[in-house]
Each structure stands twice: as C-alpha cells, then as structure tokens.
Design a protein around this ligand. Sequence first.
Ligand code: PRT
Ligand code: ZN
Length: 286
Amino acid sequence: MTSIRIALQKSGRLSEDSIQLFKECGIKFEAGSSGKLRSVSSNFAAEFLFLRDDDISGYVADGVADLGIVGENVYVESNHQLDVVHRLGFSKCRLSIAIPRGETYGNINNFEGKSIATSYPNLLGKYLAAKDIQANIHVISGSVEIAPSIGLADAVCDIVSSGSTLLSNGLKEVEVIFRSEAVLVGNPTLSDEKRAILAKLLFRINAVQTAQNYKYILLNAPNDKLNEIIGLIPGMKSPTVLPLAAGGWSSVHSVIEENDFWNNIEAIRAAGAQGILIIPIEKMVH
Ligand code: PRT
Ligand code: ZN
C-alpha cells in the first residue's frame, strides 16, 4: 500500500510544533527523540524521517522524502524547487541585517563596499542585488553575531526572533530582509496516490488550524436581554438558545472567533450574561 514519507527536524526549534501538529491531526507515530531516525504511523499512510533541518529540503527534492517541515528561510536559502504546500504559522522569525549599536544608519546604501557575515548568502545576495548594492558576503556557519566585535565583518545578517541575541552582542537590527515561518514543502512530482494521501493530510491540518482560531462559548442570559447579548457577540449569527430550568433565563451556545469575544466581554457581562464558559475546539470542518 502506498504511503507518504515526511521529513521532520530531529531536535530543534521546529521539532515540537511539527510533532504536535501531526498528533492534533490524529496521526500516531513514535517521535524522534528516542534516537529513532524513522517511524511508521500506526493509523495513517505515512512514515516519518527525523533529520537535521538543513537536510530536509534536499531529501524532499531528491524524492527520498515526499514532504518535509522546514523553516522557510532554510528552504529558500537551499535553492531547491519544491512546492510550498502549506504555511504552518509556527517558528516565526525574520532574517535581518544588524550593525553595531553605536553606529548611525541611514539606509541600505550604507552597506556599499562593506562586509556582512551570514549563514544565508543566497537570501542576502539576492536582497543586495535587488537594491543594487555591492557588498562582501562572508559566509560563516555559526555564531554570526560575534563577527563585528572580532573585526571579521562590518555587519551581520542573521535570524532574529525576540532580538535579545542582537542586543546582548551590542548590535541593532536595521533591515529586515525576509520573514519566515515553518512551511510544509513537497516534492513537485508526487504520484496521484501520494497526492491523495496529501489531500487527506491537508484536510486534517486545515481542520486543526481553523479550530485554533475559534472557541465554543456557552453563557446564561436573562430572556429580556437575550437579543442585546447576542448582538454584542460579533460572529454569533445563529446561536443555539435553550430554556434553562430556572424561569426567565436561557442558555446560549455558539462558535465564535475568540478575539471577537474578548473585545466585548465587559459589555456582555454588563448586559446580564452569567456562567460564561469558553471551551477550546479540537477540530473544525467547514
Ligand atoms: O540541528 P539542526 O540543524 O536541525 O537545527 P538548527 O540549529 O540549524 O536550527 P534551529 O532548531 O535553531 O532552528 C530551526 C528553524 O527555527 C530556523 O531555521 C528558523 O526558521 C526558526 N527559528 C525561529 C529560529 C529562531 N526562531 C531563532 N531565534 N532559528 C534560529 N534562531 C536563533 C538565531 O539564529 C539567533 O542565534 O536564535 C537567535 C536569535 O533569537 P533571539 O530571540 O535572541 O532574537
Ligand atoms: Zn540546521
């Protein structure tokens, strides 16, 4: 029977959320932390490989794996031509150019003739070429942020998330050149059988992602305030309204986007709503 092979990061910033995503999709397998490099799902036509993130795009391009989860920064830098099948919304970060904090910065022309240390020569090279800047790119594979202080380069181009690494190395972010998140990439030449399995997987991923934005809400409302309260909850178009055993009160049930609810919480309570419950939804299919 056909199954798809999915390459995941063995251990690192992508691993936990990647494994969690498949678990939430109801796909069972043994995670790679046990030292295993390969694991077959017991309830879905998929097999998982656990690799260094740098190798994932190449394995998918070669067809050793059919799909992979990788940071978009690493995928684009790899120059492999894959299908970005789905954006996953986790491991968000940016690739930025930073300079010593004490220096003044005007614009990108500051880098004309300067040297920039990075592990992302392709992304940086394309960005500079598009801006018509001639700079020297020093490729280094780790600890990029110390390059200016040891005199190796004038600036760095590295991944930033909170910014605290730059700060503690006396650097400031001056240009964001790429915004990244985890992506599901796929080999462009998958067979029809594998595409059918991928479609099933995407259906589940969509159900999980949609559910994350919504909550099931339950509240009790005095009948004379029912319409007012329902009107205060945007998106609550057609709630289920059931009479409570206590006369004059109703129970209101609906699915809403969570933010819509918090924006009006005070008004909802002031209108007399009581016993408000907000319950997570595991999966949601439109
Ligand atoms: O061992 P393996 O090769 O598999 O993993 P790795 O060490 O190469 O990668 P890993 O696990 O560190 O990161 C995997 C992916 O997570 C990256 O390719 C990005 O897409 C994404 N990501 C998200 C990050 C960060 N946030 C991040 N903060 N990758 C790296 N960092 C590093 C950055 O390099 C810098 O040193 O964290 C530091 C900056 O963080 P802040 O919070 O101080 O700004
Ligand atoms: Zn890596």
